[in-house]
Design a protein around this ligand. Structure first.
Ligand code: TXA
Ligand code: MG
Length: 304
């Protein structure tokens, strides 16, 4: 049976993690499906429950930016600088994987993605567990990420031991991923921390993401609801298309891009719940977190 708990349930969640179980935890981006990152059996459970291919690496969550040194002794200066500036926060930093973390956590790669989430409940959970927590988004593979405890419950139901309810995720889209094991560093997934901000922190230009995609979130057709998604550039285009498409719905939060990010996945889910035939989404301005919203919408609209 899944228990849905708030802060008062922290002890129960820690107990579950120590016993090798899974806990859905709120973060500022999306809910994560967490397990002890040092326990190969617990990691295997994450892959099994999500239906995720075992070569798709997981992100490992630390309680504090100071923990970088002990979990990634070989992190580059760029990685350290980014961690010191952006953690806690929605930035995943790819570093060489230390022997302290099993190979399976990163799908056998010599690197691992680390981040310190900026959600009090998540940090308390990690701190109390006393180990880093591996956590992909708490949805089935290929589906839309959950941004509320209810979303997690809808998707994974009784497969999780404990769902910690920390309310709606304030950012709403997954963390930015930057690979600091290549020179210059490369952004593999856009998020609330922008490429421009990273370049400013490092005082160096970044390489454009190129070559074979290394982040699963970069694959076409990800983050997709069941209904068809179309993207358009303006509200006028959206309403023109909607007028000729029975059962369609327009999604236009472009006037408030932070809200667009926050509500995006709830809206994608709601479109399916309501049996919408086609969701017609207006793209926000291509700046700030608008780039991440555009990225997710483009993937939701990709041919399947
Ligand atoms: O905001 C987030 O990052 C959320 C919360 C829970 O922290 N987590 C999340 O995890 O989005 P997930 O598993 O859904 O996405 C992780 C992404 C995948 O695209 C994966 O390929 C990439 O991170 N990734 C992780 N480690 C990597 C590595 N060593 N090299 C390349 N990509 C990596
Ligand atoms: Mg995911």
């Amino acid at each position: 049976m899944t228990e849905r708990l708030t802060r008062a349930g922290l002890d129960r969640a820690v107990e579950a993690l120590r016993a090798g179980g899974l806990v859905a935890m709120p973060t500022e981006t999306v809910y994560g499906l967490a397990a002890d990152a040092t326990d190969p059996a617990a990691i295997a459970q994450i892959f099994a429950i999500k239906g995720r291919p075992v070569d798709h690496p997981l992100i490992v969550h630390l309680a504090d930016a100071d923990d970088l040194a002990s979990w990634a002794p070989d992190a580059s200066d760029s990685a350290r600088q980014l961690a010191a500036t952006c953690w806690p926060g929605p930035l995943t930093i790819i570093v060489p994987r230390s022997e302290r973390l099993p190979a399976s956590v990163s799908g056998g790669r010599p690197t691992v993605g680390l981040r310190v989430p900026a959600h009090p409940l998540a940090r308390e959970l990690i701190r109390s567990a006393g180990v880093p927590l591996a956590a992909p988004s708490a949805n089935r593979f290929g589906a839309v990420s959950p941004t509320t405890a209810a979303h997690v419950h809808d998707d994974l139901g009784d497969l999780v031991d404990v769902v910690l309810d920390g309310g709606a995720c304030p950012v709403g889209v997954e963390s930015t991923i930057v690979d600091t094991t290549v020179e210059p560093p490369q952004v593999l997934r856009s998020g609330a921390v922008t490429t421009d901000e990273i370049a400013t922190i490092l005082d160096a230009p970044l390489a454009p993401a190129s070559g074979p995609s290394r982040a699963s979130g970069m694959l076409a057709s990800h983050y997709a609801p069941a209904c068809e998604v179309r993207i358009v550039d303006s509200a006028d285009d959206a309403h023109a298309l909607a007028a000729g498409t029975p059962g369609s719905r327009v999604l236009d939060l472009a006037a408030d891009v932070a809200r667009y990010a926050r509500d995006l996945y709830t809206e994608l889910r709601r479109a399916d719940d309501d049996g919408v035939s086609m969701l017609i989404a207006v793209l926000p301005a291509p700046e700030g977190i608008g780039l991440a919203v555009t990225d997710r919408l483009t993937k939701a609209a990709a041919p399947r």
